[in-house]
Ligand binder design. Sequence first.
Ligand code: PNS
Length: 162
Amino acid sequence: MKRAVYPGSFDPVTYGHLDIIRRAADIFDELIVSVLNNKAKTPLFSVEERVKILEEATKDLPNVKIDSFSGLLIDYAHEKDLHVAVRGLRAITDFEYELQIAQTNRKFSKEELDTVFLTTSLEYAYLSSSTVKEIASFGGDISQCVPEFVAEMIYKKYGIAK
Ligand code: PNS
């Protein structure tokens, strides 16, 4: 059985992430989408909230499981016996950052963990969780960026009535 992990912050999940999740779920028998519990960042949504959001947004995909992790991805992957990480690439700037992380992960996992990149569909190439949050914080329209229930949760966090 081919299994893979799609790690990320997902704060919050966007249509760009969901596009990668759907396509990776077609390639692998099981995809574990795992939310990083990053103590160095102050997220908009708690890990528990992000896990719940992802569960709801992927409920039609039976081979997608949602999880969370702290610490190094290579340690988590080793513990869960996962050998492939999936990441989405939007632009050259992503590539430089992702290449370094992928090579570090491969080297430090003693070649146990490889990374597979999917290029983000063009219609989502501009999307990032940070811009979605910034637009929403000013009351802007984010309906093209995230599912409706996620948009409602984001506006609520910013105390914006919609
Ligand atoms: O959605 P993001 O924030 O771009 O995801 C980044 C993520 C979670 C994939 C990456 O930061 C990560 O794997 N962090 C865990 C710590 C780690 O293993 N770092 C890599 C060594 S350089």
